[in-house]
Design a protein around this ligand. Structure first.
Ligand SMILES: [Zn+2]
Length: 139
């Protein structure tokens, strides 16, 4: 199960709306244990995809390293990555699978006409062939 606290959740929704109609991307920091991951902080990042950003996101590896360092500094873990799907459902696409890592939760936020619609969390497998839906709780 993935729990996201109100403050990081508000940040994520705000970010997804602000980048519309492009995809946003960011990372989630928090803690894990007993089968539950808790997100206490969201770090918005820049979508550096060189092509159109409406259907694809790319993280800058430098940003990801910086997020990892910040997590360690704060005694937190890098729980996962979030991105938005402008005018699209919060499913896990083939591209998302190809760019996934099995040890992260992937939260997808659906944004329709600039407004948040719904979200899902996904757990991709190690072979990058499928992703299972994870229980998502907004606190
Ligand atoms: Zn996607």
């Amino acid at each position: 199960m993935l729990r996201i606290e109100a403050q990081p959740w508000t940040e994520m929704v705000k970010h997804a709306r602000a980048t519309y109609p492009d995809e946003c991307v960011g990372v989630m920091l928090g803690t894990s244990g007993n089968g539950t991951k808790s997100v206490v902080s969201a770090l918005p990042m820049e979508n550096v995809n060189p092509g159109p950003k409406r259907q694809r996101y790319q993280l800058d590896s430098k940003d990801l390293l910086a997020a990892d360092a910040e997590a360690r500094r704060r005694g937190l873990e890098l729980i996962g990555i979030y991105h938005s799907h402008p005018d699209c459902d919060a499913y896990f696409s083939k591209t998302d699978l190809e760019n996934s890592c099995p040890w992260y939760s992937f939260v997808v936020l659906s944004v329709r006409n600039g407004e948040f619609d719904h979200a899902n969390s996904w757990l991709p497998d190690a072979e990058q062939t499928k992703a299972e839906k994870e229980d998502l709780v907004i606190v």
